[in-house]
Design a binder for this molecule. Sequence first.
Ligand code: HEC
Ligand code: HEC
Ligand code: HEC
Length: 330
Amino acid sequence: MFSWLKIFFVFSFLALSILLPSSLWAGNDGYAEKIINSQCKSCHRFEGKPKSKFEIKAPDLMWGGVKYQRPWLIRRLLGQEENLYPNGYRWDKLRLSLKHMILTIEEAKVVADYMEKKMLDSRVKKSPIDMSTFTKMEAELGAELFKEYSCLGCHQIKGEEGKLIGGPISTTLFDAGNRYTLDWLSRFTENPQDFTPHSGEYLADISMRKARHLIGYVMTLGVKDFKFYEPWTSKEFKNTDIESGAKVYKEYCMQCHGKKGGGAGPGAKGLEPKPVVHKELSLNDYPDDYLYNLIFYGGKSVGKSTNMPDWGMTLSKQSIADVIAYLRSN
Ligand code: HEC
Ligand code: HEC
Ligand code: HEC
């Protein structure tokens, strides 16, 4: 009788462990730790101070809970994402991009949950960049900065027709907008050495505004149908004041464009091409986005002379809306 009972218990325990997902009986955190300890720690670090890549085997994951967008992390753990380092992470040892290990969906979710809970980094704060006000022109300027600051020299993106362009020494960035959190990327860009010191990384000499363009651009990479903000559809443009616009015009535009847009302001002498005679342009036919970009980002942003300044740092959105309304009213 006793031994029958014993067999029954052993049997029901076995049945239970097969039926119930293992996460339930080990506790999710415990289960995640088990996976990480047995399957990840041989290559990745989950704690400790940043180190040179030449002293580690794989990218550090101690900030993994704030670095990745969850859907990307899960896809990566399921083996659905391509490798990030075309030359292999440790290109000094083995210039080969080896296949990464794969988890089951249940394991991937438990590990992602665990990372979101425990792999945090108090240096990563809310980004000052608001992507809901990011414009297409900013992304275009960001794309130029990406080249100007040599990012393309070390990170691949997709060029025309989806072809990979750029140097392959570090991580690819063509899907960066689906991969990074904005907060992590912003903090990383502030000083890459805080995360990947002595690894060949690069710190750009960049203003806040340019950093916004560059980071915002990287956050659009790979994102299908990214919804760009269109300032000319905002409430400031629906409530314009022509008189205020005339004042802005006097303070900032008349010096070159002359009284009432008649051209030949005192500042026009020596400028070639000449500041246009606004009166002669049918500015009502000019598209809103063109005029906004011209005034906010300057002549060069729309292929005009760099002598037409960019007013985005000087004038508020309302002032730009008003001066456009004023120009169009003449
Ligand atoms: C045999 C070594 C090895 C093991 C084991 C391993 N990884 Fe990796 N992992 C790598 C390497 C190398 C890379 C970079 C490869 C690449 O993307 O080109 C990487 C990349 C990653 C990335 C992307 C990192 C980034 O920011 O670029 C994540 C996330 C990751 N691994 C998670 C895990 C998890 C979770 C485990 C355990 C379940 C694990 N890895 C096990 C070697 C390993
Ligand atoms: C001289 C080569 C070089 C240049 C130039 C460079 N980077 Fe990097 N970048 C690196 C290296 C090396 C790392 C560290 C990761 C690694 O081990 O490859 C890195 C890391 C990064 C990462 C984080 C990678 C990750 O997932 O952990 C981002 C994002 C990044 N760079 C963006 C940029 C941007 C934007 C620019 C231009 C302003 C830039 N990089 C310029 C070499 C470079
Ligand atoms: C330092 C001189 C200068 C100032 C100040 C200036 N502009 Fe201009 N602007 C120019 C020049 C030069 C051009 C002609 C650019 C060209 O044709 O390449 C121009 C062209 C323009 C055009 C016509 C663009 C086109 O497609 O033909 C508009 C509209 C304009 N400016 C608006 C403004 C407004 C609004 C202000 C004040 C907020 C202003 N400008 C202040 C120099 C100036």
